[in-house]
Design a protein around this ligand. Structure first.
Ligand code: LLP
Length: 463
């Protein structure tokens, strides 16, 4: 077959390539479907970070998470640099590591100057092991255990206090030096996003009710063992609208003003995360730079009109930092054609490595990595291999004609895929590699059957 480069077929896998393959500082990763380094090589194969995806699968096995380091670093830089450019005070971007927490990801993000938001002892431990400075780690959670609080206090990270129970626990655990805390508040701002991932409305399990601010500020101001440095709020995830975060920033400056009346010197404001990404052609999120700039400008002008000194401004994006930098490569196996109904094509993973479609009905796009310029003239339903009818990765996806052994790539799987993965049906979790300039390095080893029974015990009497 003669392939023209770049491939000319409009309705082919190539249609998903970034606007300009290669790292351009002004292309916002969250507005692309494939990583910024994606291109089609002379074999008509998808290449990421200079590595042929089909070769990576041969080398590291299938399924495989493939993380493009350049795309992740570009997103980090765009957040970091926009805050530095448009905010006159101090700023710190944190990565919400619940999106994907592992040693390598924490290390990459930290090397770009970002801090890390963690939500459990496990995430905190991983960030510390990755060498992230505790001064840049913030621990979240609506029901932190005593052990998690102790680990946080001993490591010296900041604790984002969620409720009264936690405040009292912290006072009980107090040490000689005051514990550095922030207070999480529920701003009551609605977002048009999936119901399960709304966290900022009043009916939320997270955060203090702003109506209780008087009692909370009074209590905190009387505790010498607590050093309350900041206020935090997060209104939800996968948000495309501009207004909710603008309203949030303005509301938070009002809280900041109120805090000063209690003698509290609050110097940090954290507006959370939530910027959406493009999963399909119809998704149209603001760019990282646009989002960041708007936050900076609103906080700045609200502080000016309230005559308040500029707080250190923090935000904590997860999805928009990492989702687009990763793809998942699967191998196609069986298929089943049901005349006049649909054709199922199955891959060797599914809801255990990407639980988002079955959990949130999330929609993804896919390409066949070894047939990038072939016309996508078949509509099939891409099924996982789990014993569950709902284990469908993508309904009605447009693909070229596929055959067993083809490498199928699902795009934008960097956020909430590995981190929400499971061993359902006792499937070992896939490996993950980070790719850059033609080099691939393992960052998560593929689980083995031995790993699956590592925590199992067979009591003597059952043998
Ligand atoms: N900060 C806090 C306090 C959060 O609760 C979250 C996400 C973030 C930051 C990061 O939000 P992001 O920038 O990623 O939107 N599992 C769901 C998403 C749950 C998000 C929970 N909180 C999903 O797969 O869509």
């Amino acid at each position: 077959m003669v392939v023209t480069f770049p491939p000319q077929v409009e309705n082919s896998g190539s249609q998903y390539l970034p606007e300009n393959t290669g790292i351009k500082a002004d292309i916002s990763p969250n507005q692309q479907l494939l990583p910024l380094t994606a291109k089609v090589n002379q074999h008509d194969h998808l290449e990421i970070g200079g590595c042929d995806v089909t070769t990576l699968v041969k080398q590291f096995g299938s399924p495989l998470y493939i993380l493009d380091e350049a795309t992740l670093r570009t997103a980090c830089k765009q957040y970091h640099n926009t805050f530095k450019e448009y905010y006159k005070g101090e700023s710190q971007v944190l990565y919400a590591s619940k999106a994907w927490n592992c040693l390598a990801v924490c290390a990459i993000v930290a090397s770009e100057g970002l801090g890390i938001d963690v939500v459990s002892g496990g995430e905190l431990y991983t960030a510390l092991q990755a060498g992230v400075s505790p001064a840049k780690i913030y621990l979240h959670g609506n029901n932190k255990s005593r052990d998690e609080l102790i680990l946080a206090i001993e490591s010296g990270c900041t604790i984002v206090v969620d409720n009264w129970y936690e405040l009292h626990n912290l006072v009980g655990l107090s040490t000689d030096s005051a514990v550095r805390i922030m207070l999480r508040l529920t701003p009551g701002i609605e977002c048009h996003t999936h119901e399960y991932i709304r966290t900022g409305h009043l009916d939320s399990k997270f955060g203090f009710d702003p109506n209780d601010l008087d009692q909370v500020f009074t209590f905190v101001s009387q505790q010498p063992s607590l050093n309350c440095v900041g206020l935090h709020a997060h209104i939800g995830s996968q948000i495309f609208e501009r207004q909710p975060h603008r309203d949030l920033a303005a509301v938070m400056v009002e809280w900041l003003r109120d805090a000063s009346k209690y003698g509290l010197t609050i110097t940090e404001l954290n507006v959370g995360g939530g910027l959406g990404i493009k999963y399909t052609e119809s998704d149209d999120p603001p760019s990282i730079a646009e989002w960041s700039r708007a936050i900076c400008e609103i906080v700045q002008s609200a502080c000016e009109s309230e005559n308040l000194p500029l707080p250190k401004l923090l935000c904590e994006p997860g999805r928009s930092l990492i989702a687009t930098s990763c793809i998942t490569a699967y191998t196609i196996g069986s298929s089943k054609e049901i005349p006049d109904i649909r054709t199922y094509v199955s891959v060797d993973g599914g809801m255990s490595d990407n639980p988002r479609p079955i959990t949130y009905q999330s929609v993804y796009r896919a390409v066949v990595a070894n047939k990038m310029s072939a016309a996508c003239n078949e509509t099939v339903t891409l099924a996982g291999k789990h014993c569950e009818s709902g284990d469908i990765l993508i309904k009605n996806v447009q693909l070229p004609k596929t055959a067993p052994g083809d490498i199928l790539v699902v795009m934008a799987t960097g956020a909430y895929n590995y981190s929400m993965s499971s061993n359902y049906n006792r499937l070992p979790r896939p490996a993950a590699v980070v790719v850059t300039n033609g080099e691939a390095n393992l960052i998560l080893q593929r689980e083995t059957y031995q790993d699956l029974i590592r925590q199992d015990y067979l009591p003597e009497r059952l043998k």
